[in-house]
Write a protein that binds this ligand. Structure first.
Ligand SMILES: [Zn+2]
Length: 154
């Protein structure tokens, strides 16, 4: 398949029917659960916990590219991403955090914060769609609560 049809892509970029605008703020959606609202974003815990603590930080308004943000909002977004990384680090002790900003399927600025652990192969490219690890409700709730506590305002 080549790139999206031109008209479709123009619509997607503009935010028309954007799935992230529709559900980034909801307590739960098919992909993730809301941890908390941060200064410029929503911090969400992925439903598919293939790496413990895998989160997504989603800008709280529609924009497709980082260069479309003014400096303060851009700094705020990266600050939110770093805060989420710090919370994952403190709670789950990964050996490394990977930060993935893509958007070719959903052109709404978001960053996957994907922890790497001792038994992960550092030569494998991260594939966020690889594998399935859907936790039971209680275990997902425990992770949400733990990260929410660590992301409380000072
Ligand atoms: Zn959007």
């Amino acid at each position: 398949m080549a790139w999206w049809p031109r008209d479709k892509w123009v619509e997607m970029r503009s935010g028309t029917d954007c799935p992230m605008c529709a559900d980034a703020h909801l307590p739960s959606n098919p992909a993730s659960d809301l941890i908390t609202k941060l200064s410029t974003s929503y911090a969400r815990l992925a439903r598919n916990q293939t790496a413990a603590g895998y989160c997504v930080v989603i800008l709280n308004r529609h924009a497709a590219e980082l260069h479309e943000l003014e400096a303060g909002e851009l700094a705020g977004f990266w600050s939110d991403v770093a805060r989420v990384g710090a919370a994952i680090h403190a709670e789950f002790s990964p050996v490394k955090l990977d930060y993935l900003v893509m958007g070719h399927r959903a052109p709404h600025i978001h960053c996957h914060v994907y922890p790497q652990y001792e038994d992960d192969d550092p030569f494998l490219n991260v594939d966020i769609s690889r594998g399935e690890s859907i936790l039971g409700g209680a275990e997902q709730e425990d992770r949400l609560r733990a990260l929410r506590n660590r992301l409380r305002p000072d």
